[in-house]
Design a protein around this ligand. Structure first.
Ligand SMILES: CC(C)(COP(=O)(O)OP(=O)(O)OC[C@H]1O[C@@H](n2cnc3c(N)ncnc32)[C@H](O)[C@@H]1OP(=O)(O)O)[C@@H](O)C(=O)NCCC(=O)NCCS
Length: 180
């Protein structure tokens, strides 16, 4: 059963320079976290395919499974063109191994909150990639004057994801019913 988490923050000015940063992974490799662009559509499709084959932690198997390269491209462009959305990728050595996408609500009364999802290629998990993606996103969110609350759904037995979310300040709101 998925569990809902939320993260409350203070609004401030938006700074785009946050969105291209270099880090070191736990294995010593250098990692870049940046905004996705059109060229990332094909590698993102491959990343999603790899994560689906692994199956671990995935919430929306069927929808993601039917996504084409064009769908990925559309998602990248939509996220880029909306100031209340963000699509991040993580790449060590110019290979896309992780992504995080956030969408603020399109409804003006609910634009202060939004939902994100993220994933890291199986062979790269546990190397700090997810933490760097999430920390970059949270730094952007802190500076986004529209946002006050970030939500996500996570399957209750996804210990690694839940540990990461809690370490970075998310609080559990409760389980949802009839989620698949
Ligand atoms: C969840 C996921 C995004 C996390 O990314 P990641 O790169 O593997 O995570 P990181 O290595 O950055 O960090 C994981 C943290 O949790 C800790 N951790 C890992 N497994 C843990 C466990 N079983 N229990 C407690 N803590 C755990 C790690 O020590 C690390 O903490 P640290 O940064 O303080 O050292 C990634 O594992 C993934 O894609 N999983 C499959 C898909 C998925 O679950 N997506 C999220 C759906 S809501």
């Amino acid at each position: 059963m998925p569990t809902i988490f939320s993260h409350l923050r203070i609004s401030a000015l938006f700074i785009a320079s946050l969105l291209n940063r270099q880090f070191s992974c736990k294995n010593g490799e250098s990692l870049v976290v940046r905004s996705a662009d059109e060229h990332d559509a094909a590698p993102l499709k491959e990343l999603v395919k790899t994560m689906l084959a692994d199956g671990n932690g995935q919430v929306r198997l069927l929808e993601v499974n039917s996504a084409t390269k064009e769908d990925e491209l559309g998602a990248i462009v939509n996220h880029r063109d909306d100031p209340n959305c963000l699509f991040l990728i993580a790449e060590p050595d110019q290979k896309v191994v992780g992504c995080l996408h956030f969408a603020g609500s399109p409804l003006s009364r609910l634009a202060h909150r939004g939902i994100f999802g993220m994933g890291v290629a199986p062979q790269w998990r546990g190397q700090g990639v997810g933490r760097q993606l999430l920390q970059t996103f949270l730094a952007w969110a802190e500076l986004n004057p529209m946002l006050e609350k970030i939500c996500l759904a996570v399957v209750a037995n996804n210990a690694r994801a839940i540990a990461l979310y809690k370490k970075l300040g998310f609080q559990e709101e409760g389980p949802t019913r009839d989620s698949r």
